[in-house]
Design a protein around this ligand. Structure first.
Ligand code: MG
Length: 500
């Protein structure tokens, strides 16, 4: 990349080490999830802690801080240079404003909270986790205080994951979204199709076949296996180890052939974003996706807007039947389309369908915002959780393992993360609406020629990496700010023709 400012050029040079250390840390994390022998977790924890310390030192290095300050004062920067300085100031805020003792305490307390959460979930006993969760809330409130905020401490936490997003914006979005979703769900539940719901057969779907189908769809959507790989892990994820090394993981359930296809498209969507960033941005503060919300829009786009569409299921039906001739003997494209899109209020977020998914997020958002603001006591959390499950989904968990203890996020101390899942769904629908004005999306999916769709995403989203803030990107592409009505309209169109 060319620079007009010597200070910015020097800054990017210094940042390179932080970027490389970040990828080494990510590689340790990938290996932990994919390969680690059971007795190696202590070794890995000390290795990760050491790299984390090096990264923190680089952010606080005096020469780096001085260069960042000098670059921030420059008046005549190009748009790229402005974005570089903005991104570094945003990321540095955490290291510069939060005292190191608190960062260390947070890291130790969250390791203990994670262990307690796992035990609590296993025993379905919230009381094991409660004191650790209280500690996580307390530390997050302190972090918010150090980072600073105008109206709501939760804003400071949201901003870590989705720069610029505020609690009041979230509240407005969720109010509109939950109203629209609950109305649709009520209508769906009255239909004959819903009442005669299909039960997936207990058939076995060979794992080697599932793996081959996952490879097939990844090749179809344009994932570059020469710059990545797919492995197996308990919880699927994507990790960025450099422009030429974007890895994904999958998981295979012998009784569910749909899940591994959807995981491949979801994680593949994250990976395509990273594989499509302008190569010039490698190892600079412009590399990688701009926020968790925009990232999730790319995964949800491929998983839902493409993967669960009537056109795609039509396209892939012959392939599926060839792999599973006996198991799917009774099925055609129509019944498979229904199986890919079954709506059913359920207890577990990660198993939720497109219609009910965001209701799971809405309740988490409301609860964590109340916790951070001191309006909800940790000990009352399970009761409030169940109340909101009843209100939004009409069902109540039998125990806390399938309720308040199901997600790992709070044990890691991540508050303000959940809303980005919903943002992803909303951005995906809004982007897709814009895309449809320019290209024949259904036609491309119908024939399996998905290159034109990937090109659109590359041109409008991927190549920019972290140049534009999420709000700027949405405005550039759709000429409007974030608007949940695109998603509500998409759901209504799709599910009212499915459920009659
Ligand atoms: Mg994701």
């Amino acid at each position: 990349m060319r620079y007009s400012s010597k200070a910015v050029e020097k800054l990017v040079g210094k940042y390179q080490e932080i970027s490389i250390l970040g990828k080494i840390s990510a590689l340790l994390g990938w290996d932990l999830n994919v390969n680690l022998p059971p007795l190696a977790s202590d070794n890995r924890a000390s290795q990760e802690a050491f790299v984390t310390k090096l990264i923190s030192q680089r952010w606080k290095d005096e020469a780096f801080v001085d260069t960042l300050r000098a670059a921030s004062k420059e008046k005549k920067l190009t748009d790229h240079e402005k974005a570089i300085v903005r991104n570094l100031n945003h990321a540095a805020k955490y290291y510069h404003k939060v005292p190191e003792e608190l960062i260390v305490e947070f890291s130790k307390a969250s390791s203990r909270a994670f262990v307690a959460w796992r035990a609590a979930r296993e025993k379905a006993d919230f009381s094991i986790f409660a004191p650790h969760l209280a500690k996580m809330v307390q530390i997050n409130r302190l972090i918010a205080k150090h980072i600073g905020y105008k109206n709501n401490p939760y804003d400071a936490l949201l901003d870590i994951y989705e720069p610029g997003l505020t609690a009041s914006e979230c509240k407005a979005v969720f109010a509109k979204l939950t109203a629209g979703t609950r109305q649709l769900l009520t209508e769906i539940k009255k239909t004959q199709t819903y009442k005669k719901s299909i039960i997936l057969p207990e058939a076995e779907y060979a794992l080697e076949s599932q793996k081959k189908i996952a490879d097939f769809v990844l090749n179809k959507i344009g994932y570059d296996f020469k710059a990545g790989r797919m492995d197996v892990s308990a919880h699927p994820f994507t990790t960025e180890l450099g422009r030429g090394d974007i890895r994904i993981t999958n998981r295979y359930d012998p009784h569910n052939f749909i899940e591994s296809i959807m995981v491949a498209m979801h994680e593949g969507g994250h990976a395509l974003y990273e594989q499509g960033v302008d190569e010039e941005y490698s190892d600079t503060p412009l590399e990688g996706g701009v926020s968790l919300g925009i990232h999730e829009s790319q995964s949800r786009f491929w998983e839902n807007q493409v993967g669960r569409s009537r056109e795609f299921v039509n396209y892939i039906t012959a392939t599926l039947k060839a792999f599973y001739p006996e198991q799917l003997a009774e099925d055609d494209a129509r019944t498979l389309y229904q199986k890919f899109n079954q709506v059913r209020p359920s207890l577990i977020r990660v198993e939720a369908d497109e219609v009910t998914y965001n209701l799971h997020i809405a309740l988490r958002f409301e609860l964590e915002e109340a916790l951070i603001n001191g309006k909800l006591d940790v000990n009352d959390l399970p009761k409030e959780w169940n109340k909101k499950m009843k209100k939004y989904l009409g069902i109540v968990p039998q125990n806390d393992a399938e309720g308040v203890l199901q997600d790992v996020h709070w044990s890691n101390g991540a508050f303000g993360y959940f809303p980005t899942y919903t943002l992803g769904n909303l951005y995906a629908a809004q982007f897709c609406h814009a895309m449809r004005k320019e290209i024949d999306v259904d036609g491309a999916i119908k024939t399996g020629e998905l290159g034109i769709i990937l090109s659109w995403l590359r041109e409008n989203i991927h190549r920019h990496g972290s140049v534009y803030l999420p709000s700027e990107l949405v405005l550039r592409i759709t000429k409007k700010g974030l608007d949940p009505s695109y998603f509500i309209k998409y759901l209504n169109q799709k599910y009212k023709s499915l459920y009659v």
